[in-house]
Design a protein around this ligand. Structure first.
Ligand SMILES: *[C@@H]1O[C@H](CO)[C@@H](O)[C@H](O)[C@H]1NC(C)=O
Length: 263
């Protein structure tokens, strides 16, 4: 096709040249065909050059074809790699989703367990939070003659939860505000009186009198009282004298105690 077109081009050029030659003035020093010969020689050189060019073009076309095939191969490999990467990504995303779901389930279960524990602990502690643990009990007062207004100091402390009771003053000072139950247990020797009051800041909450002329005896008294923090209660002798005495040994205990029962 290219060669054919080239030949047609050459032929047309030849016709043009012959037409021109016809009008050329003749050269006396040259052969009769000298001019034509030169033209022909040029034509042949041109044809040769054209052929070379054609070969070069063919070579380049082949190179381009090769390059195209090579590129196709490269593109195919890249496509494969991309598909592999996409499949990998999809499976990774599925795994992440599964992991997230199981992590979420674990968090939910853990939270539920924690909540259950907290609830149990809260229920356990609720009473203590509402009502702090406060109670006390002490015995061994002085047992010789008591005088009127004397504070009975129970020197041996059995219990003192909350540290409200002082074995120095004999007074219980509320460490927490609330409703208290107070207990007074009183024993007397034969022929001795015990005239005692339970008081709050000097005001009588409960009064008792105790006397047996033939026996050692004991009696108990109680008082309910509302105390603010720092308010005190104690036992005092309401009427003194040489026969006003208390009794306390390892068998008979004269004691004073109490507990916070509600705040
Ligand atoms: C999913 O969980 C497993 C086990 O805990 C872990 O080995 C893996 O790396 C996790 N996968 C991803 C994508 O996080």
């Amino acid at each position: 096709m290219n060669a054919c077109r080239r030949m047609t081009g050459l032929f047309q050029l030849l016709l043009l040249v012959s037409a021109t030659v016809a009008s050329e003035p003749s050269c006396p020093a040259c052969s009769k065909y000298d001019y034509e010969e030169k033209i022909l020689e040029r034509l042949i050189r041109m044809e040769f050059a054209f052929e070379k060019l054609g070969e070069k073009v063919d070579l380049n076309l082949n190179n381009i074809k090769d390059e195209k095939e090579r590129l196709h191969a490269v593109v195919d490999v890249m496509k494969d790699k991309q598909e592999q990467a996409e499949r990998k990504l999809v499976s990774l995303m599925e795994e992440v989703e599964r992991n997230q779901t199981s992590t979420l389930e674990k968090v939910v279960t853990d939270s539920k367990n924690t909540l259950d524990h907290m609830n149990a602990a809260s229920n356990n502690n609720q009473d203590q939070i509402v009502t702090p643990l406060v109670y006390f009990n002490a015995r061994s007062p002085q047992t010789s003659s008591l005088s009127e207004g004397e504070v009975i100091v129970y020197k041996t402390v059995n219990t003192n939860q909350g540290n409200g009771y002082s074995s120095t003053t004999g007074k219980f000072t509320a460490p927490a505000r609330g409703f208290y139950l107070l207990l007074m247990h009183t024993c007397t020797p034969t022929n001795a009186h015990a005239n005692l009051h339970i008081v709050k800041e000097g005001s009588v909450l409960m009064a008792s009198i105790h006397y047996d002329k033939d026996q050692y005896t004991c009696s108990s008294s109680q008082a309910f009282v509302q105390l603010n923090v720092e308010e005190s209660v104690w036992v005092k002798c309401s009427s003194g004298g040489s026969s006003v005495k208390l009794y306390d040994d390892s068998f008979l205990w004269t004691s004073f105690g109490g507990a916070l029962i509600h705040n």
